[in-house]
Design a protein around this ligand. Structure first.
Ligand SMILES: [Cu+2]
Length: 691
């Protein structure tokens, strides 16, 4: 009787829990985005953000202005007010507030000033008369420019010893190029404006920061010599991978001597190549392209002592193209940083370039989309990210173990699901290191799981692999089946651990659970289709099978003129690209049933494809492409769905491809679209088929 009662009480509890969870919790329940209203006429394309100790926030813009924003916290429901502090600057992509050491009580010295980085110099902006407008623009440190449009300059970032660092973007001439001195470098500046070259191998170093312990990290975007987004620890003399900056290593003050010709473009993984090039610094974190974002930006260490939630000491990394923020948990193994990245918060209004802490431990996020598209549709803006006080159920961190990984959760787990190896999956893969733009996912393998041991406090799960893990590889760790003690699924059940070195220590003795086949299948399924649990309906089985084979559909991409087209094509259409994620032509007309030669020429500085789809399906197909996950690159981001009629492959910058097809016989407004993740909403056109 007692037992029966116990059971019914349990089932009652389960029922009420299930009821309480009919509306699944989302990121919004834990971190709220608050939009700062921007006055009419202010183009707040944020290049730099600097919080002032008095609670104001300063923003430098790509239009060359610096704005002082009062009450950015919108206290008392009051709107923030904007005051223009400086103008006429050349695309300042960084802003630093500095207290003036010479301002003693009673002196006429202003108490503070800004340093901002224009394309060609770091400039000191001083308001000498206290009216909140700069009346001195003093050159602090200068460098030459070639005039190439891609020569962005960023910083400065203050180091704990009072020195500063800046970074100089490579120019773009169909590949990254260092056309003027120190392009592709991080430079260190002291208080007097004296420069020491610090590190090179940089390509597009918009995001860099220093941790409290003085460690300098920078983030890199996919490109030539960069298989995917990544974050690298820049020690003095480090070479981070792109060869263009090595042009300047013969300069007497260069901290390294490595030359361009010393770095072979073999396509072997970076960690392999690094074995024979000691200066080559492998990243601490890889952000797998499109799975974690597409263009990394700013880095911020959580120094809020818990005011921003349970991730104190971890890093947040912005993403321009996906308008989102990722989270990074680092650890040191054999004296070097490595660790895991996780999704954190998406849904910002524009492309994220800057993130800074407000005085209340909330985060200001500065955005701009110009020149690059982003998921957020606004052209610019500032939003504030505020923790609601609720702790999300997350994988807080992943640690390397001699025989697998240890996942630490933010809250105690439900033991039954957490101890089941079927609740997890592990995959490993790497990228090519070569002069080509980007890389497919290389050498992917499912890692079988031998067993899982949950700690006594229910906060940690040790996942023991049934094989030796591969050093240098990225490991995808999924915990989709795990529930918290309160029954919640993991808010973001996927993390990517960059396993440069396997941590030393004791291995666990666990008898093999003979789960291999089962867990391997789970892993494949979750890598190819939408998540088995949570959002998204299961996809048709035919599609996931095709996706698993990873083969593009040959008949939809014919690259040689068919033999029976003896008179050639009836029509040749040539399309190219425009900056800002556009095709150069937005409407093309062909005759129904005619023979078409379709030439797509990618003259942009990033990867694109061209996919011809049925009327009104471009957005649907674009979304399908995003869901290809680990299989996306090898499928050219072309989903195997009936809406896709014809397509090119994913094209490298400065390459072209011609495809041949017979136009649909049914007239209508068909569409062409680039399905590279993040592009499809902007990069579309109409293919009008007429009788
Ligand atoms: Cu594209």
């Amino acid at each position: 009787m007692k037992k029966l009662f116990g059971i019914s009480l349990t089932s009652l509890l389960v029922t009420s829990l299930a009821l309480a969870q009919t509306k699944p919790l989302t990121e919004e329940d834990y971190y709220r985005i608050i939009t700062l209203p921007v006055p009419e006429g202010v183009s707040l394309e944020v290049g730099g953000l600097a919080p002032l100790p008095d609670g104001r926030l300063a923003a430098s813009t790509r239009r060359g202005e610096v704005w002082l924003i009062s009450n950015p916290y919108m206290l008392g429901s009051r709107v923030p007010t904007f005051k223009r502090f400086a103008y006429g600057l050349h695309e300042p992509l960084g802003l630093l507030y500095r207290a003036n050491k010479n301002a003693t009580p009673g002196s006429k010295e202003p108490g503070w000033y800004f340093l901002c980085t224009q394309r060609g110099e770091v400039t000191k902006l001083v308001d000498t008369d206290g009216d909140d407008e700069a009346n001195e623009y003093r050159s602090f440190y200068k460098w030459p420019l070639s005039g190439n449009y891609h020569e962005y300059s960023y910083g400065p970032v203050l180091l704990p010893d009072g020195d500063m660092v800046i970074t100089l973007n490579l120019g773009w001439i169909g590949r990254g190029a260092s056309l003027a001195k120190w392009r592709g470098w991080m430079l260190k500046l002291n208080d007097k404006g004296e420069m020491t070259p610090w590190a090179t191998g940089l390509r597009s170093p918009a995001g860099f920061n220093v941790l409290r312990d003085g460690t300098i990290f920078y983030t890199e975007n996919q490109g030539d010599w960069v298989g995917s987004g990544r974050m690298t620890h820049l020690t003095k003399g480090a070479f981070a991978g792109n060869v263009a900056g090595l042009r300047w290593t013969s300069e007497p003050n260069s901290p390294l001597k490595l030359k361009v010709d010393d770095v072979p473009s073999t396509g072997k993984p970076m960690h392999e190549v690094a074995k024979s090039i000691p200066d080559l610094k492998v990243p601490s974190i890889w952000f797998p392209h499109t799975l974690m974002g597409i263009s990394t930006s700013d880095i911020q260490e959580d120094t809020t002592s818990g005011r921003f939630g349970p991730f104190t000491g971890q890093l947040f990394v912005g993403d321009q193209g996906h308008s989102k923020i990722m989270r990074v948990a680092l650890e040191k193994v054999n004296g070097e940083y490595q660790g895991a990245c996780f999704p954190f918060r998406e849904g910002f209004q524009s492309g994220i370039l800057r993130m800074v802490w407000g005085i209340d431990g909330s985060m200001f996020v500065g955005m701009t989309s110009r020149g690059w598209a982003s998921t957020g549709k606004a052209p610019f803006g500032i939003q504030r990210l505020v923790w609601t006080g609720k702790t999300p159920f997350e994988m807080k961190t992943i640690r390397s173990m001699p025989d697998g990984f240890e996942v630490e959760f933010t809250m105690p787990v439900d033991r039954k699901t957490a101890e089941n190896p079927g609740s997890y999956s592990l995959n490993s893969f790497t990228y090519k290191y070569h002069r080509t733009y980007g890389s497919p996912i290389e050498d992917a393998k499912v890692v079988p799981i031998r067993g899982v041991v949950v700690s006594a406090d229910g906060l940690k799960a040790r996942i023991v692999a049934d094989t030796v893990l591969r050093e240098g590889y990225i490991h995808e760790v999924k915990a989709e089946g795990v529930r918290s003690a309160a029954g919640l699924p993991v808010l973001h059940p996927t993390g990517y651990y960059t396993l440069n070195a396997i941590a030393p220590g004791e291995k666990l003795t666990i008898a093999s659970a003979r789960q291999h086949d089962h867990s391997a299948m789970n892993a494949m399924a979750s890598a190819t289709a939408s998540p088995a649990t949570g959002k998204g309906k299961a996809t048709a089985s035919g599609r996931s099978t095709a996706a698993a084979t990873g083969k593009p559909q040959a008949a939809k991409r014919v690259t040689e003129q068919p033999a029976d087209w003896t008179n050639g094509p009836d029509q040749t259409i040539t399309l190219t690209t425009k900056p800002g994620l556009k095709f150069d032509t937005e409407k093309v007309e062909v005759k129904a049933g005619s023979r078409v030669k379709w030439v797509f020429s990618n003259n942009d500085d990033m990867l694109h494809n061209c996919v011809i789809v049925k009327p009104a399906t471009a957005n649907k197909v674009g979304n399908d492409a995003m869901k290809l996950n680990l299989n996306g690159p090898k499928m050219q981001y072309v989903p195997n769905v009936s809406e896709v009629l014809y397509h090119t492959n994913l094209l490298q910058p400065e390459t072209a491809e011609a495809i041949y097809f017979v136009a649909p016989t049914e007239p209508g407004e068909y569409q062409y679209v680039c399905t590279f993740p993040g592009h499809h909403t902007l990069m579309q056109g109409i293919l009008k088929v007429v009788k």
